[in-house]
Design a binder for this molecule. Structure first.
Ligand SMILES: Cc1ncc(COP(=O)(O)O)c(C=O)c1O
Length: 285
């Protein structure tokens, strides 16, 4: 791998107590300017980040174990990313693709088609956040199938908008006080090898979920089965082998859309571009 040149030495180096005086002052300004519902995990304020190190407002260097909830795996200000962002904003900051299209959007669509699993014909639509992407997947599935039911799984996390909160499993801490939530969302058991009966196969776990879908929801009502191929917020749950292909086959046989929510596990976080690729050799994938 080529040697990376960092602008910050990649080490922890404390100059003040934590939080330092400038971070304390910023926290005071924040309390008057930022809504209290927006929380932060650490008490220091970032000034610059590079590689895996945060330089805070007081000149302390800290190891960045958060990395923007694990989204800056190539480094916090990777030169190639910075260069491409600069190049783009020098040309224009915004057109709204739905008003004035441009090549970059098309190029990202082409790249996504190349990287996502499956050799079939593909098209991409880009959104501002994971929640918005999940909501749109449901909208597309509903209008395509002319059905309304959305099947989701125990321990699932799909976002913080009203529909995606309905799809998210845990009330505490995500949903508390924010209901009522969107209807026509049905929850079935996930394959959870650590807690499932000893030796339960992926196919058996899928059949357990499908039995509930068929008996309680009705196959003909299911617009979409939405799942994190490897669950994130629910506790990093890797389903037993065969679980996902059995679900996709059922969707294909029953006219429902299978939606892989890769917002957390995707883009190389599990060792492949998309976490669904671990079962990509399945003929139904
Ligand atoms: C699996 C999954 N889906 C959806 C989301 C929502 O993404 P966003 O926070 O960008 O709306 C997340 C966020 O962590 C997620 O982990």
């Amino acid at each position: 791998m080529a040697e990376i040149e960092y602008t910050l030495e990649q080490k922890r180096d404390l100059k003040t107590s934590i939080p330092g005086p400038k971070s304390v002052e910023l926290a005071e300004r924040r309390s008057n300017a930022v809504a209290s519902g927006v929380a932060s995990s650490v008490p220091v304020y970032a000034d610059k980040l590079d590689g895996g190190v945060i330089l805070d407002a007081d000149g302390n260097q800290l190891i960045d174990l958060g990395s923007g909830i694990a989204v800056t795996s190539v480094g916090a200000s990777a030169p190639k990313v910075v260069e491409k962002v600069k190049e783009a904003v020098e040309k224009f900051t915004h057109t709204c693709f739905m008003v004035t299209p441009y090549e970059g959007y098309v190029a990202v669509g082409e790249k996504i088609a190349e990287l996502t699993p499956g050799s079939f014909d593909k098209r991409a639509a880009l959104f501002n956040s994971g929640s918005e992407a999940v909501e749109n997947a449901v909208k597309i599935a509903r209008t395509y199938t002319k059905r309304s039911a959305v099947v989701v799984f125990d321990h699932a996390y799909h976002g913080r908008t009203n529909l995606t909160l309905a799809m998210t499993s845990k009330v505490m801490p995500y949903k508390q006080g924010f209901g009522p939530f969107a209807s026509d969302v049905y929850r079935v058991p996930m394959s959870y090898p650590f807690r499932d009966a000893d030796g339960m196969t992926g196919q058996e776990a899928a059949e357990r979920a499908l039995l509930l879908i068929e008996k309680q929801v009705g196959a003909e009502n299911v617009a979409a089965v939405v799942i994190e191929p490897i669950q994130g917020e629910g506790g990093f749950i890797v389903p037993a082998e065969g679980f996902l292909p059995t679900l996709t086959k059922w969707c294909q046989d029953n006219g429902a859309v299978f939606v892989a929510d890769e917002v957390q596990a995707g883009i190389a976080r599990t060792g492949t571009w998309f976490s669904s690729e671990w079962e990509a050799s399945s003929p139904t994938w």
